[in-house]
Design a protein. Structure first.
Length: 178
């Protein structure tokens, strides 16, 4: 558990400074090598999950998949930025799909919220899941009490970039409370 907290905090810090990395140029060969490295890291992370069971294994797999998505989005953004002039504005999109920049921003918010929840000693945070879409954070999972729900929502709201917090957490042994 302590090991995964360190990884989440490191991920949050890395993502916070990730925008500087996006300014670096990336060749096609570096891009392909980056994709292979991400795939290898993901495979390694999944193998670390193999001996685990139950919720711990599922959480481990989810974290590995999340890290893979963030790494891919950052790599794609760096590659895309190296191919376009810095003077061009972000592409205008008429669809409801996120641009890579929006995805990375949401990933940064997710990582910061996870780090804040993990840093809160009163929460059993391993059971709180965080997802973000366009700044809207959704907290889900099982907690011990209504007090834990309120504290998790309060902590999430303090994170910069969070537009709103949607609570779908459930108190263990009770029906869903909102």
């Amino acid at each position: 558990m302590k090991h995964s907290r360190i990884h989440v905090i490191a991920l949050a810090v890395g993502l916070a400074f990730g925008t500087a990395a996006a300014a670096q140029s990336l060749s096609a060969g570096d891009y392909k090598a980056g994709k292979k490295e991400i795939a290898a890291d993901y495979k390694s992370a999944l193998s670390d999950c193999a001996p685990m069971t139950g919720n711990e294994k599922e959480r481990c797999r989810s974290e590995a998949a999340g890290k893979q998505k963030v790494a891919k989005a950052e790599l794609d953004e760096r590659y895309k930025a190296s191919r376009k002039s810095r003077a061009t504005a972000a592409p205008v999109t008429t669809s409801k799909q996120e641009t890579p920049t929006e995805y990375v921003d949401d990933s940064v918010i997710t990582a910061k919220v996870k780090a804040a929840v993990l840093g809160e000693p009163t929460l059993k945070s391993a059971e709180i899941n965080v997802e973000t879409y366009k700044g809207k954070v959704q907290l889900s999972g099982f907690v011990r009490s209504r007090v834990d729900i309120n504290k998790a929502v309060e902590v999430a709201r303090t994170v910069k970039g969070v537009a709103s917090v949607d609570n779908v957490m459930i108190v263990k042994g009770q029906q869903q409370q909102r």
